[in-house]
Design a binder for this molecule. Structure first.
Ligand code: C2E
Ligand code: MG
Ligand code: MG
Ligand code: MG
Length: 277
């Protein structure tokens, strides 16, 4: 195909312009930059003991504030971080943020805890073990105050997962299966893994007291947790109705907008002072 020279030049410069643009705004590059500059922050969602209504700790949730004042939600960059190998730095920075933000609280109250979300690679390779050791060593914070959440995807490599979970348990950490009910793990291997807590996915909580078909599944998930001798946390509790139902079913803990959204560290400390057990 013969193009007039001017058209060819226009095409070429448009193409290189696109390349430059892509390079400048590649989400991976931006995330890498944010990590380098320490721009990710941790927010804290209170975890409530259903029997008493008191706050027992918090889940750390990553936030990426952008220059324009907006926030990129974790569901938009955690998968990217996992695909591009940046997730390990996300985990490490979140752990550091938790110690920085809530270190005093955790030292003051040995019953308080913080839950951190791990990625599959943290668990299957065991890379989280030396990281936790380094961060906690000499910090005055007990391993049992750091709870670790992992989704069922982390347990696909059962042998790798078991080795890491056993060592976490030996040290005194508590571990939770996150988003339980949305994955595809069989009961058989969950019952063979050293796990302490089961977090019921929000979809099964939303279904409570509605006509949603998953409504009928929720009691079975709770029964399964009890059968496996796991403590149960419900996520995404938005109504008093749901909380009451969960309480009567023997669910131990709850988080959700009924109590609080995830808060910046300073606001969480205020919440904690008012609602701590
Ligand atoms: P998750 O661990 O299951 O966290 C619960 C999500 O539900 C959070 O979304 C929280 O803000 C939201 N949520 C809590 N209560 C309610 C409620 O009552 N109603 C509704 N509609 N939503 C509620 P968020 O913060 O956007 O995080 C999304 C997911 O991103 C998390 O799900 C977790 O899988 C992942 N994530 C967040 N922080 C980290 C992190 O530091 N590391 C890793 N690996 N993953 C993270
Ligand atoms: Mg979680
Ligand atoms: Mg969850
Ligand atoms: Mg969830």
């Amino acid at each position: 195909v013969l193009l007039p020279l001017s058209a060819a030049i226009a095409l070429l410069s448009a193409a290189s312009g696109l390349l430059v643009l892509r390079r400048q705004s590649s989400p991976r590059t931006e995330l890498a930059k944010a990590l380098k500059k320490g721009e990710l922050v941790a927010h804290y969602q209170p975890i409530i003991e259903l029997a008493t209504g008191r706050c027992i700790g918090a889940e750390a949730l990553v936030r990426w504030p952008r220059a324009d004042g907006s926030q990129t939600p974790p569901d938009m960059f955690i998968p990217l971080a996992e695909e591009t190998g940046l997730i390990e730095r996300v985990t490490d920075q979140m752990l550091a943020a938790v110690i920085e933000d809530l270190g005093d609280l955790l030292r003051d109250d040995p019953h308080a805890h913080v839950s951190i979300n791990l990625s599959a690679v943290d668990i299957t390779t065991g890379r989280i073990l030396p990281v936790l050791e380094r961060v906690l060593d000499g910090s005055g914070i007990q391993p049992r105050q750091i709870w670790l959440e992992a989704t069922e995807r982390s347990f696909i490599d059962v042998d790798g997962a078991r080795a890491t979970l056993l060592e976490l348990r030996r040290r005194g950490h508590r571990t939770a299966i996150d988003d339980f009910g949305t994955g595809y793990s069989g009961l058989n291997y969950i019952q063979n893994l050293p796990i302490d807590l089961l977090k019921i996915d929000r979809s099964f909580i939303t279904a409570v007291n509605t006509e949603a078909p998953t409504r009928d599944v929720t009691p079975y998930i709770i029964a399964m947790g009890h059968e496996l001798k796991l403590q149960i946390i419900a996520e995404g509790v938005e109504t008093e109705n749901q909380a009451e139902y969960l309480r009567t079913q023997g669910v131990s803990f709850a988080q959700g907008w009924l109590y609080s959204k995830a808060l910046p560290a300073s606001a969480f400390l205020v919440f904690w002072t008012a609602r701590r057990r």
